[in-house]
Ligand binder design. Structure first.
Ligand SMILES: [Zn+2]
Ligand SMILES: [Zn+2]
Length: 289
């Protein structure tokens, strides 16, 4: 299988290594981590049916129904890969899980699949590889570098089956039900300056109206604020004063080769700034910011 998503993330992280020195250590770790996530996706694609892992086909991905015991050996391999490259804390957590028995590791996966706690770094990072494969996101990228959501849904179409609640706004990923990690602005044919949200787990993107809070749905222009800094003009903070949440927006019109998930990780200074303002991110990224 081609691995467009992982290759893009890895090369973007390597590119940022020279331009974001304050995030160097984190980005170096991330480059190694992406290789391990790609290996998870490759293993699952090879084993495929044996793990009963398949695409979402229009309905919300039921991670909690995956066979954790069958998938656990891949998780153990992933932990073995993380231990030598992680920080002291991450390496220690990986070692602690490796010292458990297989049933406990499988239970760690089940717990994450059920609760999806963003701070559960190891099962989250592992499941990201799995979920991106299941969502078909790690296939080769089309010419514009972004893959459309699977399941036949139009990005401008009516709410899908995957939508939760009565709201017409899709606050969660239509494929896996996770919250968005970042917002993206890009020019599509016939839709200039289109806004999309990018899933924090499976990398699916879906259309979302501009000037609308991605957490509470507020459209009150007096409460929605944009914050930009000169050092990273393609990434800005979208703040909602109604719910005090924020999300970063990556403007692909300003920097076409930006990768929303990686550029979010590489701009911790924006998260610190938001934190000082008392804002809470809609969903913390993989590294907890
Ligand atoms: Zn998703
Ligand atoms: Zn809000």
């Amino acid at each position: 299988m081609s691995a467009g998503l992982w290759r893009r993330r890895r090369s973007r992280a390597i590119e940022l290594l020279s331009s974001a020195p304050h995030a160097d250590e984190m980005l170096e770790f991330y480059v190694g981590l992406v290789e391990l996530q790609e290996a998870v996706a490759d293993e699952v694609s090879r084993a495929g049916e044996g793990f009963a892992v398949h695409g979402a086909e229009g309905s919300v991905m039921q991670l909690e129904q995956l066979p954790a015991d069958a998938i656990e050996p891949l998780f153990a391999d992933f932990l073995l890969g993380v231990e030598p490259i992680g920080t002291v804390v991450i390496a220690g957590a990986a070692r602690a899980l490796l010292d458990c028995d297989a049933a406990e590791r499988a239970q760690t996966l089940r717990t994450f699949w059920l609760q999806r706690s963003p701070a559960d770094f190891l099962p989250r990072a592992f499941t990201e590889g799995l979920a991106c494969f299941m969502a078909g996101r790690d296939a080769a990228a089309p010419a514009d570098g972004h893959v459309q959501a699977k399941g036949g849904q139009s990005e401008d179409g009516p709410p899908t089956d995957g939508e939760r609640g009565a709201s017409a706004l899709q606050m969660r990923c239509p494929v896996c039900g996770s919250p968005p990690q970042a917002s993206v602005l890009r020019d599509d044919p016939g839709a200039l300056g289109r806004r999309l949200l990018v899933c924090s787990l499976c990398a699916t993107d879906w259309a979302f109206p501009r000037l609308t809070c991605a957490h509470c749905g507020s459209v009150d222009a007096d409460l929605l604020h944009l914050h930009e800094v000169e050092s990273v003009p393609h990434v800005r903070i979208e703040e909602c004063a109604a719910c005090t949440r924020y999300i970063k927006a990556v403007d692909l019109r300003k920097l076409g080769n930006a990768e929303p998930i990686v550029d979010d990780l590489a701009t911790p200074e924006l998260d610190l700034w938001a934190d000082h303002r008392g804002l809470v991110k809609i969903h913390p990224n993989l590294l907890g910011l």
